[in-house]
Design a protein around this ligand. Structure first.
Ligand code: ATP
Ligand code: MG
Length: 575
């Protein structure tokens, strides 16, 4: 294609709204534009990348025995009521009504719809196993949409659902999907790791997340160097052995701590270490119940564990008004002493603490030499903090290492959660009704594209891996002579005829502008035609990622690029 015929609005300046490199480059290279918070238009270049990822996904899902269908985006409320999720999904679920006042939601995931299809259409064990996937727009009213396509509210997902006769069959399908995901992300040129994960709102009893390793990732992974253990930090249990301390109690007293809100500020002000402090976090559940959570100053609360412990679907830090009402103090000064009518949940580490510091439930006040049991009561001790790198790996004695990751895919073994709730059964050979055993499998397609840019870029722009690059070749002519024009035109035609995807910058622009755009857009190869080379009988080919250049006679260009592209696509293909 010629740039004069494709809409590629590149930007010279970094857009202020973008915090991470993939978001910045997607805007600058003209891949996407924002419509509203978490809503994006995919511009022609962006859509080409999306379509390539989709193609790889289709091939590998079919390889793994799944077949494609397409379900509606709008989901009737009755199905969600049947599964029990209408009441618990919370604000991420965007609900709406039609002209007859019937309730619907925009599908954030499709277990309900597919399970309904199954129970209507599948009768016999002979029709199983069944694994269906779709590539479709999802809507989740995320609390903090950010980072462009990474966390949108509307986004394209590949979701698949498997139905099996029994647990073993379900595990086989799970494994097939796990293997398909490994092939998909490898073919997309990604460095990733599959980790054990929490099942969250989807439910079920086993799951793995596929994490692309990147410093900008929102997830923390813990793993050991032997590769025998890898998990999302959300799930990692903390091995604890804290005993109650035998240090004698000191009398409790109040101290002024003006303007100190964070653990760090309090510690600096009082000249103490964070492990002498106990943080009091006030959380609200979806039913608006408030609960106080105590965590040692140098530890971090694990909201997934707290949610599980309380058996609630939503848990958010209490808003400032609630904090003021409950603790009689602004945010930053809540403490457990005198906190009435609020259940107190403490991490195991608190058990071993004596004479510690807590918020004083009064502006600019903390309490020192506080002790649980004497000054306040704890209802429950539990493992509710995040595991940290350096601790022991559950698989042995190797210490845990940590890395940041972007979750691009998630596979779940659901069991009978939905088949039970919605009555999805089949008749076994003896004519008995049995519940289908389900699995579900998601990949965020826009997020995969963004994660790929996080791993493949430099200070000049994107450096796409061949399989998902919007174009293979960026063709640039830097001279306006008849000879250069004719050579460019001929080469363009022969590349197109060989099914090589080439973007020809045919604009009347300075060479510098063209080079900048080519580096920004990031096609894996650049071909530069200029009078200087042509007088020597050569054309320049540059590898975008490495900067490696070759000067070749015109007739050698096509064989060279065909071979190079084949090598760089086939390396990523599964065996
Ligand atoms: P997260 O924890 O990041 O919110 P999730 O656990 O809610 O993700 P799943 O329900 O497992 O996500 O959805 C399957 C896949 O869909 C994810 O692995 C991710 O790639 C993608 N995805 C989920 N939420 C979003 C979003 N808001 N924007 C873009 N992609 C998303
Ligand atoms: Mg989510």
């Amino acid at each position: 294609m010629r740039t004069s015929q494709v809409f590629i609005p590149t930007l010279r300046e970094d857009p202020g709204e973008a915090e991470i490199v993939s978001h910045r480059l997607m805007l600058r290279a003209g891949l996407i534009r924002k419509v509203a918070s978490g809503l994006y238009t995919y511009l022609p270049l962006g859509l080409r990348v999306i379509r390539k990822i989709e193609r790889i996904i289709r091939e590998e899902m079919e390889n793994g025995g799944a077949q494609e269908l397409l379900m509606p985006i709008l989901s009737p409320a009755e199905l969600w009521q049947e599964s029990g999720r209408w009441g618990v999904y919370g604000k991420e679920l965007l609900r709406c009504r039609d002209r007859h006042e019937r309730e619907f939601c925009l599908g954030p995931t499709h277990e309900e719809i597919i399970t309904d299809l199954f129970r209507r259409e599948v009768r016999s064990y002979r029709q199983l196993p069944l694994n269906c996937f779709q590539i479709q727009t999802k809507f989740r009213d995320e609390i903090r949409p950010r980072f462009g396509l990474m966390r949108g509210r509307e986004f394209i997902m590949k979701d698949a659902y498997s139905f099996d006769l029994d647990e073993e069959g379900a595990k086989r399908n799970y494994q097939k999907m796990y293997d398909a995901y490994e092939r998909i992300f490898t073919r997309c040129g990604l460095q990733f790791r599959a980790v054990q994960a929490d099942n969250g709102m989807i439910g079920g009893n086993m799951s793995h997340e596929f994490m692309v390793l990147a410093d900008t990732g929102e997830e923390t992974i813990l793993y050991d160097e032997h590769g025998t253990f890898a998990t999302n930090v959300e799930l990692a249990e903390v091995q604890t052995s804290e005993q109650e301390s035998t240090v004698p109690y000191q009398p409790q007293y109040r101290v002024q701590t003006p303007g100190t809100k964070t653990v760090e500020e309090v510690c600096n002000y009082l000249g103490v270490a964070p492990n002498q402090l106990v943080k009091t976090l006030l959380y609200q559940t979806e039913a608006n119940n408030v609960i106080a959570v105590l965590i040692r100053g140098d530890h971090e609360a694990n909201e997934i564990k707290i949610r599980r412990m309380l058996g609630v679907a939503e848990l958010t830090l209490a808003d400032p008004e609630t904090v003021q009402t409950v603790s009689s103090a602004p945010v930053g000064f809540a403490g457990p002493v005198g906190l009435t009518n609020v259940p107190i949940l403490a991490d195991h580490a608190i058990r071993g603490m004596r004479n510690f510091i807590v918020g004083g439930n009064d502006q600019d006040i903390h309490l020192r030499d506080v002790n649980w049991g004497r000054d306040f009561q704890i209802e429950t001790f539990a493992d509710i903090r995040k595991a940290q790198a350096g601790g022991p790996s559950p698989s042995g004695d190797a210490p845990l290492l940590s890395a940041k990751g972007i979750e691009v895919g998630h596979v779940f073994l659901l069991g009978t959660k939905y088949s039970q709730a919605m009555g999805a059964t089949y008749l076994d050979p003896q004519g008995k009704d049995r519940l289908a055993i389900m699995g579900c499998y998601g990949i965020g397609i826009g997020r995969t594209a963004a994660a790929c840019i996080e791993q493949h870029h430099d200070h000049r722009g994107i450096t796409w891996p061949v399989p998902i690059a919007p174009f293979h070749i960026h063709l640039i002519s830097v001279s306006a002579s008849d000879n250069a024009l004719k050579t460019t035109q001929d080469l363009y035609t022969s590349l197109v005829q060989s099914d090589i995807e080439v973007l020809w910058d045919d604009r009347d622009e300075r060479a510098g502008v063209k080079f900048n755009d080519a580096d920004l857009i990031g096609a894996p190869l650049q071909i530069v035609i200029g009078d200087k080379g042509l007088t020597k009988g050569t054309i320049d080919v540059k590898v975008r990622k490495t900067g490696e250049r070759s000067q070749l006679p015109p007739q050698d260009i096509l064989p060279f690029v065909s071979k190079w592209l084949a090598e760089h696509s086939s390396l990523l293909r599964p065996q």
